[in-house]
Design a protein around this ligand. Structure first.
Ligand code: DNO
Length: 393
């Protein structure tokens, strides 16, 4: 596996030099300064690559080229947005890496309700709590028909919790949920968020899935022309929120998507943390089943609680058998090498990390502090080295 770290560009508090010290050789990045919906240029891509290479690193993966909501919802600007996406792919093809990660989540990219939850180790972790989410939905947003989306007892607890929160806690929850986490291409104010949700009226799971298949039918050939492979990131979390539909949450979703446009440019990002937040997903089994289409791996672990809430655990703790996942990826790499595939080495990054030690007092991108990710990468590379030496010599 190619050990990577995500870098949000020159404004990232974690420098490329520190990324190299952590043991990564690859960088995962994007043109974060280009607004979503605007085409990337060859010059922009080449400049970012130059910066990364000047630090002695390789730009391994684009994460992400944003897919605008017009494409996901099938809105009137869909055709123009697809054209822009293709132009960005072509720019990446001329000067950037061979893998482009993207997601197909409506309105919100990844969603959590708490960015500083005290993990039993003492570090601070990201958490998703259903009561908080429902409290925001029912009491702040007051979304029409929202009650129908929650069990009655949860709705009662959510209203009680909202009632007990002071203004500061309410504001923090709202910012966490709708203002956009690192890497999101959009953040919202409350009214704007409500409008963005309304654009999906009448778009259910079947429509969203059809829009994804249509999108791939158009962009996968463009990716092939550009010499890049697309890697669809799973929904995070992998279940509907705010009444929005989902398209990439389960093994059955990926079987359908990868089969609908059955070509190597239509690949997947194996995100064990996203997939693992659902009890009926087994990330190790998904890694094994779709091995030959995995273009990129996000390795992270979650602990799922009995009521469906979850928190981000240490990389080798939590519900996912990380050793089995790494073993699966190493076997796939060997198969690809034997078949002479150019994508034999799979880029991997430790996804997120706890806020540890003095990082807790520094400005950081939630989930993307230095020390927690450094620890995650070290643990994952330890597993990889052990497996390589003993099982795959
Ligand atoms: C969160 C990330 C996601 C991911 C996008 C892919 O930490 O994994 O924001 O980059 O969903 O497009």
């Amino acid at each position: 596996m190619l050990p990577c770290f995500r870098w949000f560009g020159p404004s990232d508090p974690v420098s490329l030099e520190r990324i190299r010290q952590a043991g990564a050789t690859g960088v995962v990045s994007a043109l974060h300064d280009v607004p979503a919906g605007q085409a990337w240029t060859v010059e922009g891509v080449a400049e970012l690559r130059r910066r990364i290479e000047a630090a002695g690193l390789t730009w391994a993966v684009v994460e992400s080229v944003p897919v605008p909501d017009a494409i996901k919802s099938g809105g009137p600007d869909r055709a123009a947005a697809i054209d822009t996406f293709k132009r960005s792919l072509s720019a990446v093809g001329h000067a950037g890496p061979r893998v482009v990660c993207y997601n197909f989540m409506p309105v919100l990219d990844w969603t959590r309700t708490d960015l500083r939850w005290r993990h039993p180790s003492g570090g601070l972790a990201l958490r998703f709590d259903w009561t908080d989410l429902a409290a925001y939905d029912l009491c702040a947003l007051q979304r029409r028909d929202a009650d129908a989306d929650y069990p009655a007892d949860l709705a009662v607890r959510a209203r009680e919790r909202w009632g007990a929160m002071d203004e500061a806690a309410r504001g923090r929850l709202e910012r966490t949920v709708i203002e956009g986490l690192p890497g999101s291409d959009a953040g919202y104010g409350r009214a704007e968020f409500a409008r963005a949700l309304a654009a999906y009226d009448g778009v259910g799971a079947a429509e969203l899935q059809a829009n994804l298949a249509d999108f791939l039918a158009e962009v996968a050939p463009a990716a092939a022309d550009a010499g890049v492979r697309l890697a669809l990131h799973p929904d995070d979390p992998p279940f509907p929120l705010f009444g929005l539909p989902r398209a990439a949450s389960t093994a059955a979703d990926y079987a359908r998507i990868l089969g609908a446009v059955d070509r190597p440019e239509n690949g997947m990002t194996l995100c064990t943390g996203s997939l693992g937040a659902r009890r009926d997903n087994d990330p190790a089994a998904i890694a094994e089943r779709f091995a030959d289409r995995i273009q990129f791996a996000h390795l992270r672990n979650v602990t799922l609680e009995p009521d469906g809430c979850f928190y981000e655990d240490e990389h080798l703790a939590g519900g996912t058998d990380m050793v089995a996942v790494v073993d699966s990826l190493l076997r796939e790499e060997r198969r690809r090498a034997e078949a002479g595939r150019a994508d034999a080495e799979i880029p991997m990054r430790p996804d997120h990390g706890h806020l540890l030690a003095d990082d807790a007092d520094k400005p950081t991108n939630p989930g993307y502090s230095y020390i927690g990710r450094l620890k995650g990468l070290a643990e994952l590379r330890g597993v990889e080295t052990a497996l390589r030496q003993r099982l795959h010599p």
